[in-house]
Design a protein around this ligand. Structure first.
Ligand code: C2E
Ligand code: CA
Ligand code: CA
Length: 799
């Protein structure tokens, strides 16, 4: 405790004061030791002197003593006293006779008498007892060999106190000198030690103040100081090196890239200005948070697991990541994360470098766009058209025998327009043409610009029969050409132009997309030179089919008039085989056993407008049939589905016509189901919804036919008051071979479950298809396996 306290006090003292104290202590100790030795030696010498002196005195007094003892000579006693008084240090002397009786006493003048002095019982050889500043010595006295008795002599001696008293002045002077000398010595010693230390301190102070890490302290000393200086120099060199490295790191940290440093538990410790620029978060906002601050929500756990796996395995991860800016926008980044480990190999930090690659991405996207799109009109380019054509060739619809077509359009005198109005107007015209083409085909065709004034459209899902497909295409070509031929207003100029169209019909057996395009272009060339019309088909077969239109139309008119178009019914069954309804399919019998397919005469009816007559006839027949079945137990609960084309449905008086028919026949509206295809939806969707709602409110049910083949717009699906969706037969047919089709069927079924409509599969031809559909959760079916379309009388409900 005390030692500790002393230590604390010493630690507070300056080095030179400590030196002074130490030197003072050492010198004083040396002086005290020296002086003590001298005094000790003096005292021992004095004892020797006393003994010698006593011996001399004893011998000297022996003769007189003998006279006193033996002769009782009183003169001798007086003589002896005179002799003894000649020895100043002698204080007292007593002579004892052999009987130990005192016979003579001497006391120096001025001292008290010494009666008390007696001989001790047992005579010591020498008693050096101190009595104040006196020593008593006993000696046996003899003369001429005759023992005389004992002589006691008391001698005055110097004591330690008397010596000190005597030396006091000298001692004080010496002490003073010692103190002064030790101060001088201490100072010079302190300077010896202090100076290099103070020099070092001053040097380090300067280094610290001006940050001059490149300065070094000079020394020639080879001792401990020299070693200390060299160690300091080495340390500075290392410090300079690491400061330089730090400076480089700091400069690198302030690079334009975003940098962030986290601790081992991924908490952000530091970010740079680049980080703030890229992410919008300031250092204050980011520090203390984790990088999850930037999470965009576009990556799943698997992505982050992979990232951590890579980091753990290689201490490094690099990749592209979507981040969320402070303002909420999501942007792509290239991120590099490096783990930093300490000497023990423990991960201490992660350093992340962020590089905003939005621009790079958009440049890539732009390149990708240019690779696939026409920059002027934004339409697909030739390459994409060919890809699309190739896709169509292998599509389910095409493989099932449906036709597809590639239509080429161009403007006859575009060069003249360019020359007259300038290229800028020409460009505007091309943009307007592309807009009209898009509108004309809406979702039904894939529109592309081949270059110059040449455009192309590829269409799929056309009729299986060539005649039907040709008729359909003819109608489309005519209406599109009509639209394209209308005057254009560009920069307040009115421009008229003459469009023409070349059509190549194809199926999955076509040689290649390029050959189809060549055919369409050849047809286009032909159309330009044709005298009678501005469209042309490539192959002569199609041309021939086009000519048949007129004769079919004439026959159709009379067929509708004489009732040779009759309704056939195909059963629709629920899970378990119960027939729940039938679909009405029109049959045109030309001769006994010979029919013209609806896919041939329906397009003719549409083009000619006869579809409204046909449609009304079929609807009426369906209503009458329902009324008739009302009285028949087995049939009373059946519903009849009637096909309605887009043209029919969109006619202004359609809803009122249906209502009228229902009122006229008295049928329950819920027994009537109207089958619409998605082509009805591509027009004015608001109008479609309104009409559907009107029918639905009236109790009529609505089914969406051929679902999945058109350009299903899921966005609208929610808005439509649908009761049923029919999975197109092409998916059902290919389910066994195409996983893609299985996936489509599955998603249509789950869509039905979500949006609350019934899903029915059509074209079920065998048990395996039924079982596959059933396994996926389909509960309503239609197809040859349950029954072919037959006249009402031939219907068999026991499936
Ligand atoms: P849709 O509405 O998709 O009719 C289904 C077609 O598939 C019918 O052809 C039917 O006979 C056929 N079909 C039924 N089950 C099977 C099967 O298991 N396998 C195969 N391969 N085919 C099956 P259909 O009768 O030739 O009718 C063709 C199209 O003509 C119909 O397609 C419909 O769009 C139209 N259509 C028929 N009747 C009328 C009608 O009265 N009015 C209108 N607007 N269109 C009609
Ligand atoms: Ca149908
Ligand atoms: Ca269908």
């Amino acid at each position: 405790m005390i030692l500790k306290r002393i230590r604390q006090i010493l630690d507070r003292l300056s080095i030179s004061l400590r030196f002074t104290l130490m030197v003072l202590l050492v010198v004083l100790a040396a002086a005290v030791t020296g002086y003590s030795s001298i005094v000790y030696w003096q005292l021992s010498a004095q004892r020797e002197q006393v003994l010698d002196f006593t011996d001399s005195v004893t011998q000297l007094v022996a003769q007189d003593f003998a006279k006193i003892i033996r002769l009782n000579d009183l003169m001798a006693a007086a003589d002896l006293s005179a002799k003894l008084s000649a020895f100043p240090p002698l204080r007292r002397a007593v002579l004892f006779d052999p009987q130990n009786a005192p016979r003579y006493r001497y006391v120096r003048e001025g001292l008290p008498p010494c009666d008390a002095l007696s001989l001790p019982e047992r005579l010591p050889h020498f008693e050096n007892a101190c009595h104040g500043n006196a020593v008593r010595v006993f000696r046996e006295a003899s003369y001429a060999g005759i023992p005389l008795g004992v002589v006691l002599i008391e001698m005055e001696t110097e004591t330690l106190a008397s010596i000190l008293r005597r030396d006091a002045l000298v001692l004080s002077l010496i002490t003073l000198m010692v103190v002064v000398l030790s101060l001088v010595l201490a100072r010079s010693l302190a300077r010896q030690f202090n100076q290099p230390v103070l020099r070092l301190a001053g040097f380090l102070d300067e280094v610290g103040r001006y940050g001059k890490l490149d300065s070094r302290i000079e020394t020639t000393q080879q001792n401990e100081i020299g070693r200390l200086y060299r160690d300091v120099n080495n340390m500075l060199a290392r410090l300079e090196e690491s400061t330089q490295a730090m400076r480089i790191a700091t400069a690198a940290f302030e690079a334009p890239d975003g940098m962030m440093i986290t601790d081992a538990s991924n908490v952000i410790l530091r970010v740079n200005r680049g980080f703030t620029r890229i992410t919008g978060y300031t250092a204050d906002e980011a520090v203390g948070k984790t990088p999850a601050l930037l999470a965009s929500g576009r990556h799943d756990n698997v992505f982050y697991d992979d990232m951590w796996c890579g980091l753990r395995a290689h201490d490094r991860w690099e990749g592209e990541i979507w981040n969320r800016h402070r303002d909420g926008t999501i942007f792509p980044c290239r991120l590099t994360i490096q783990a930093v480990r300490d000497e023990q190999g423990e991960v201490r930090n992660f350093v992340g470098a962020l590089f905003d690659i939005s621009r790079q991405k958009s440049a890539e996207a732009e390149l990708a766009f240019l690779d696939r799109f026409d920059p002027l009109t934004g339409l697909a380019n030739r390459r994409q058209l060919l890809d699309k054509t190739a896709d169509i060739m292998v599509s389910a619809a095409c493989q099932s025998g449906r036709h597809a077509a590639l239509m080429c359009f161009d403007i006859n005198d575009f060069k003249r327009i360019n020359d007259t109005f300038g290229h800028r107007v020409g460009d505007c015209l091309l943009v307007e043409i592309s807009r009209r083409l898009r509108k004309a085909f809406n979702n039904a065709g894939f529109v592309a610009r081949l270059g110059g004034d040449e455009f192309a459209v590829v269409l799929q899902g056309l009729a299986t029969e060539t005649e039907a497909a040709v008729l359909d295409l003819e109608m489309r070509a005519e209406s599109v050409l009509l639209l394209l031929g209308k005057p254009y207003t560009v920069n307040s100029e009115t421009i008229r132009c003459l469009p023409c169209c070349g059509i190549a019909l194809f199926t999955c057996t076509a040689v290649s997309p390029e050959s189809i395009l060549q055919q369409a272009q050849a047809a286009l060339h032909h159309a330009k030179t044709a005298p009678d019309r501005n469209w042309s088909f490539y192959d002569p077969g199609s041309q021939l089919a086009a000519r048949r239109y007129q004769s079919i139309l004439t026959d159709l008119e009379s067929a509708l008039a004489d009732g040779s178009i009759q309704p056939y019914y195909q059963v629709q069954v629920a899970d378990g085989g119960r027939v729940v309804g039938v679909e009405l399919l029109a049959r045109w019998r030309v001769r006994e056993g010979e029919f013209i397919s609806p896919s041939v005469f329906i397009p003719v009816a549409e083009r000619s407008g006869l579809i409204h007559v046909l449609g009304t006839q079929m609807l009426r027949q369906a209503c009458q049939q329902l009324v008739e079945w009302r009285s028949r137990e087995a049939y009373s609960q059946l519903s009849i589905s009637v096909n309605v084309t887009a043209q029919q449905f969109l006619r202004q008086d359609f809803v009122s016509g249906v209502k009228h028919l229902i009122a006229e026949t008295g049928v329950e509206p819920y027994k009537l189901k109207l089958e619409l295809t998605e082509s009805a939806m591509i027009e004015d969707i608001d109008l479609v919804v309104e009409k559907m709602q009107a029918l639905s409110a009236f109790g009529i049910r609505i089914s969406l036919d051929d679902f999945g083949t058109g350009y299903s717009c899921l966005r609208y699906l929610k808005r439509l008051p649908l009761d049923q969706v029919k999975i197109d037969q092409s998916f059902v047919r290919d389910m066994g071979s195409s996983q893609n089709d299985v996936a489509i069927v599955r998603s249509i079924l789950s869509l039905g479950a979500t949006l609350g409509f019934e899903v029915i599969a059509e074209g079920v031809e065998d048990q395996s298809q039924y079982e596959a559909l059933h396994a996926l959760g389909c509960r309503y079916f239609q197809g040859y396996w349950f029954g072919k379309p037959v006249p009402a009388e031939a219907l068999d409900l026991s499936v």
